[in-house]
Ligand binder design. Structure first.
Ligand code: SUD
Ligand code: ADP
Length: 291
C-alpha cells in the first residue's frame, strides 16, 4: 500500500472583522485579524489512474464530491494552469471534521490543502505568488488558508500581512449546527463603511495585550447574522461569561462563535460548560497555530 500524501486544513477564525467598503462588483472590502486553530479537516492523496474524491468524517454527509467541491475545483484549476506538472492521477480522500458553511472556512482550507498537495507533487517549480493568485480565484479565504498562520487580511482577503509574533492562546468554538450562507449575511448588512482595524501593538506577545486590542474591534457581520440566527447572540453571551474568557465573538459570517482563552485548562473547562448546556451544538477546544 502506497503511503498517502497528507495535508491538514485548519479552521480559520476571524478574531476581528471590519467591513470597510462596498465595492462596485457587489463584494465588500474587509479588514480582518485572522488566526487558525489546531483543529482541521484532513486531505489525503494517493497515486491513481484518474483524479477522484471521496469524503468521510463527521461532517462529510451531503457534501458533493463533484466539480462543486472546492477540493475538485482546486485540483482542476492547478491542472489547467500547469497541465504537465503532476503526471499521475490522484485519489483524494477528505475527512471532514469541520462543520460546513460555518464561518470557519472549512471549504477554503480544503482548497488550500489541495493546492499544497499539488504544488508539493509538481515536477516544475510553482511560485508562491502564482499559487496565491490561483487561491484568490477559488475563494476569498483561500489565500489566507494557504498561509494558515496569524495574519491581517485586507481587500476581499487577497492582501495579506503575516504577523511576526502572536501570543500563545486557546480557542473554544461553538456552532449551533445551523448553516449560514455568507451571501445572506452580507445582504442583511446595513452599515457598509465602518472604520478600519486599529493598529496592532508591536510586539504582540501576551494574551492580555491581544484582549485589550480586540476590545476596540468588532465583527461587523455579527449583528446581521444574529438577526438571521438569534441563538448566535445567546452563545456569545454565555461563552463570554465562562471563566477566563478574554473575548467571545462570531467568526466570519457565522454561525460559529469563538471564545478566546489564555490557557488550555480554561478553554477545556469552558468547552465542558458549553457542551453541558448545549448538547446539540458542535463544541471544540484547541490551541491557536502561532508559527
Ligand atoms: C466572510 C468571510 C470572512 O473570512 O468568511 P466566511 O464566513 O465565509 O468563513 C469571507 O470573506 C467570505 O469569503 P467567501 O466564503 O469566499 O465568500 P463567497 O462565497 O465568495 O461570498 C458569497 C457572497 O457574499 C458576499 N461577499 C462575500 C465576501 C465579501 N468580502 N463581500 C461580500 O459582499 C457576496 O455577495 C458574495 O457573492
Ligand atoms: N470541501 C468543502 N467543504 C465545505 N464546503 C464546501 C466544500 N466544497 C464546497 N463547499 C461549499 O462551500 C460553501 C462554504 O463552505 P465553508 O467553507 O465550510 O463555509 P464558510 O465560508 O462559511 O466558512 C458551502 O456552502 C459548501 O456547499
Amino acid at each position: 500500500m502506497v503511503e498517502p500524501f497528507v495535508q491538514l486544513a485548519p479552521a480559520k477564525v476571524n478574531l476581528a472583522l471590519h467591513v470597510t467598503r462596498r465595492r462596485e462588483d457587489g463584494y465588500h472590502d474587509l479588514e480582518s485579524l485572522v488566526v487558525f486553530a489546531d483543529l482541521a479537516d484532513e486531505l489525503e492523496a494517493r497515486p491513481a489512474t484518474a483524479d477522484t474524491l471521496t469524503i468521510g468524517g463527521p461532517f462529510g454527509k451531503g457534501l458533493g464530491t463533484g466539480e462543486t467541491n472546492l477540493v475538485s475545483r482546486a485540483v482542476a484549476a492547478f491542472r489547467a494552469r500547469w497541465p504537465n506538472a503532476v503526471e499521475m492521477g490522484l485519489a483524494m480522500h477528505l475527512t471532514k471534521n469541520l462543520p460546513v458553511a460555518a464561518g470557519i472556512g472549512g471549504g477554503s482550507a480544503d482548497a488550500a490543502a489541495a493546492l499544497r498537495i499539488m504544488a508539493s507533487l509538481s515536477n516544475i517549480p510553482v511560485a508562491l505568488a502564482d499559487l496565491a493568485d490561483m487561491a484568490a480565484r477559488l475563494g476569498a479565504d483561500v489565500p489566507a488558508c494557504l498561509v494558515s498562520a496569524p495574519l491581517v487580511a485586507r481587500g476581499v482577503g487577497e492582501v495579506l500581512t503575516r504577523l511576526p509574533e502572536f501570543p500563545s492562546c486557546h480557542i473554544v468554538l461553538v456552532n449551533p449546527l445551523i448553516p449560514l450562507a455568507t451571501a445572506d449575511v452580507f445582504r442583511r448588512l446595513r452599515a457598509h463603511d465602518n472604520y478600519p482595524l486599529p493598529e496592532l501593538p508591536s510586539p504582540l506577545t501576551r494574551p492580555a495585550q491581544l484582549g485589550i486590542w480586540l476590545a476596540e474591534t468588532r465583527n461587523d457581520l455579527q449583528p446581521p447574522a444574529v438577526k438571521l440566527v438569534p441563538v448566535i447572540g445567546e452563545i456569545v453571551e454565555e461563552l463570554g461569561g465562562t471563566q477566563g474568557c478574554i473575548l467571545a465573538r462570531m467568526s466570519g459570517s457565522g454561525a460559529t462563535v469563538f471564545g478566546l482563552f489564555g490557557s488550555a485548562g480554561q478553554a477545556h473547562q469552558a468547552a465542558q460548560v458549553m457542551r453541558a448546556s448545549h448538547p446539540d451544538h458542535w463544541v471544540a477546544a484547541a490551541p491557536l497555530l502561532v508559527s
